[in-house]
Design a binder for this molecule. Structure first.
Ligand code: GLY
Length: 440
């Protein structure tokens, strides 16, 4: 039986989701705000290029094509109710409804939920919509321990941390004042030190099933320097843990996520269904939650989905029908993703530059590649202003996976840059040493 599946979204995360659906036997359709060449090929051009927040068009395209279910890649349509709109029109979705998507859409909602349900991983925070009490709360937290987080989606650009983006009380006050002027509510939150990890899960309303842990790298340049980006690359280990994150830590984070899913239902009356991304940090005081995302990660989806052994269509229908089978399997392999970005990204990226891809050599090496923010004209690929392509190495151990990713990157030419250090032994050891020093 043909399963007609719609992917909504246009980046590398959606490219790998689409590939995994096709590998599992789906007939793929794609609805995207800009044309992803990978999705165009995987779906044999069964595509529509149009705004991902135009629900009427998405519903029309789904009905015209007799779509069996949709998978929503990015957060933006989720937090404005794409799932509710599609479901009202008889199209089941992998993704949370608007009430449940608040776990990503509102940081104030999430912190309040964790507080009310006494969930251990919560951090100290207070929400504001004016400058009243801001100064005294900065004093309470301690100037050097302050993070400012706008409440809603900011595409990764709104969170500002003392020591990284803000360097004095005045800087913090000025940023808060800017948010007040924009009528944006915000949190002042406790800053914690540790190693971050991503726990992506499949959620069917009740069950929360873990996938291999991943660590992302947000800074643009080597040794975690330079401006923040959407993520310059990521790695995962063959045992699905991290050398500094134990199974006990994962169990703790997973128990937390199960409590959050139950609390979301209790609080909103809506079951959380879809992918739930837990952005956690291991600190000297235990596992703490940095953020939830109501979707898979980008780049982290590229680390886990190519390892999936269980049929992805079965997982998607399990999520939709609330009867996920818990024994989901992944290959015991390590992965390294290196993102290629246009020179100058994220500050002044060089757009409309030619990207030459040696596909034959990539295949020989065994490196996978996913298109992000690039466009195709004729047979040629060009950059835009965001990350261009994710290159993935997969192997029995991290060192070998890093080599494959590195060789893969050499098959791409153009005015691009990437972080050579992601997935290397040296960077991993630095993470291990950092964690050891905090736990002493
Ligand atoms: N890797 C960060 C994110 O997907 O939001």
């Amino acid at each position: 039986m043909t399963v007609k599946t719609l992917i909504i979204g246009h980046g590398a995360r959606e490219h790998v989701i689409g590939e995994t659906l096709v590998r599992s036997g789906a007939e793929l359709y794609a609805f995207m705000s800009s044309k992803n060449a990978g999705l165009e090929d995987l779906s044999n051009r069964r595509i529509k290029v149009h705004s991902e927040s135009d629900f009427k068009e998405i519903i029309g395209f789904s009905k015209e094509n007799g779509i069996d279910f949709a998978v929503v890649g990015p957060e933006a349509p989720l937090v404005i109710g794409i799932v509710d709109a599609l479901e009202r029109n008889g199209i089941p979705c992998v993704g949370p409804r608007i009430e449940a998507a608040q776990l990503e859409g509102s940081k104030i909602f999430t912190r309040a939920l964790l507080d009310k349900y006494k969930i251990n991983s919560n951090l100290r925070s207070k929400n504001f919509n004016s400058m009243v009490d801001v100064e005294s709360y900065i004093k309470d937290l301690g100037l050097e321990n302050v993070v400012v987080k706008p409440d809603g989606l900011t595409g990764g650009k709104g969170v500002k941390v003392y020591g990284d983006h803000l360097f004095s009380k005045q800087d913090i006050m000025d940023y808060c004042q800017t948010l007040v002027a924009q009528k944006s509510s915000f949190l002042l939150e406790e800053k914690v030190e540790g190693e971050e990890f991503t726990l992506q899960t499949f959620v069917d309303g009740k069950q929360v099933i873990a996938t291999p842990l991943v660590q992302d790298h947000k800074r643009a340049y080597e040794d975690d320097s330079g401006p923040n980006t959407g993520g310059m690359g990521s790695y995962s280990m063959e045992d699905h843990l991290m050398p500094y994150i134990t199974q006990k830590d994962v169990n703790e984070a997973l128990e937390d996520m199960k409590k959050v899913v139950a609390a979301t239902k209790a609080e909103t009356g809506v079951e959380y269904k879809g992918f739930l991304y837990g952005g956690y940090i291991k600190t000297a005081k235990g596992i703490k939650l940095i953020e939830f995302n109501a979707r898979l990660g980008d780049p982290e989806a590229m680390n886990i989905l190519p390892l999936l052994k269980t049929n992805f269509l079965d997982i998607c229908t399990g999520i939709i029908n609330g009867n996920l089978k818990p024994n989901i399997e992944f290959e015991n392999k390590a992965t390294v993703c290196k993102y290629l970005a246009p020179e100058g990204y994220p500050i002044s990226p060089k757009k409309d530059e030619l990207v030459i891809i040696d596909k034959e050599k990539l295949e020989q090496i065994g490196a996978k590649y996913y298109y992000a923010s690039v466009y195709r004209e004729g047979d040629s690929i060009y950059t835009t202003t965001s990350r261009a392509m994710g290159i993935i190495g997969i192997a029995n151990d991290l060192e070998s996976a890093e080599k494959v990713a590195e060789q893969g990157v050499q098959c791409i030419s153009g005015r691009l840059f990437y972080r050579k250090d992601i997935g290397t032994k040296r960077l991993l050891q630095k993470r291990i040493n950092h964690m050891d020093s905090l736990l002493q």
